[in-house]
Design a protein around this ligand. Sequence first.
Ligand code: FDA
Length: 307
Amino acid sequence: MSTFMQNTFLYLSKSRLANRLARRYGLRLGARRFVAGETVEEAMVRVKAFNDRGIQATVDHLGEFVTSRAEAEAAAAAAIEALRAMDRAGVDAYLSVKLTQLGLDVDEALAHAHMRRILSEAKRRGRFVRIDIEDYARNEATFRLFRALLDEFGPETIGIAMQAYLYKSADDLEALLPDRPNIRFVKGAYKEPPSVAYPNKADVDENYFRLVARHLSAGGYAAVATHDERLIERVKAYVREAGIPRERFEFQMLYGIKESLLERLAREGYTARVYVPYGIDWYGYTMRRLAERPENAWFVLRSLFAR
Ligand code: FDA
């Protein structure tokens, strides 16, 4: 994979100007490959279709790195609306949120207050909410808020994601283990320096497996979020040998990526969940998907010249 291309897409993912342009041009620029639609209703239609194939969902109203209170307020309202829409549609789904979308960069207390509102709504409806994990600069604050919210709402209502590329994740996991939280393990999608993250993919993969195994052996619930078939097979072998029941973990993949593999896992009797993003702020999310696999840029280019 070209590191130059990867770095370019990750740099572009944070461009505010490009994000504004992308909003204006809607879901045309190939983002449909990775994004379920612009509205929550469109997302629910997709979720229902996944449910019909035995796949559960986690729904993400797209948006991140907001800089105003008004944007954060609108994002919190959209998250609450998504929870209501899930009940209306009667789907098997929960919610994923990003703290920078809820105002973390504006004021940590603001993001905390929005999360408390969202979690109260979720708890009332018996739904679960997971905090996505963003770039390293927000990592400390994200885990601080998660800690407080976990104490208040408990692991049945709130979970978090953890990045295997960060050296610090092993310590973060140890600190959380006594509470047996629900953790989604991911490799990590942002551009981080070798001072904080493993630069070699093989080390990231190894740390991923170590984190999942440690978490499962200590009694936690693991969402194994990866499209890496070798890693998935390794986790399957581990749970078999360690006698970890299937109720203690699940597999997750992103909308538009390796859906047939997720379907196969569901058919094999594992809990399988797809991450379904929707909304007009598709730009940063889509750029990260291109960075993971620059060949995906072909889909974007093709859609530019279509119609
Ligand atoms: P890896 O990159 O090794 O890919 C394995 C194989 O999967 C590739 O060979 C390719 O076949 C396929 N593949 C991977 N990415 C692809 C793509 N974009 N397009 C097409 N094929 C692709 N990150 C983060 O930092 N914070 C978070 O909160 C989340 N949340 C999250 C939720 C869920 C459900 C998933 C699956 C992933 C995330 N991620 C994330 C993203 C994660 O960190 C990581 O960047 C991607 O999952 C890609 O890594 P893989 O584990 O798939 O392995």
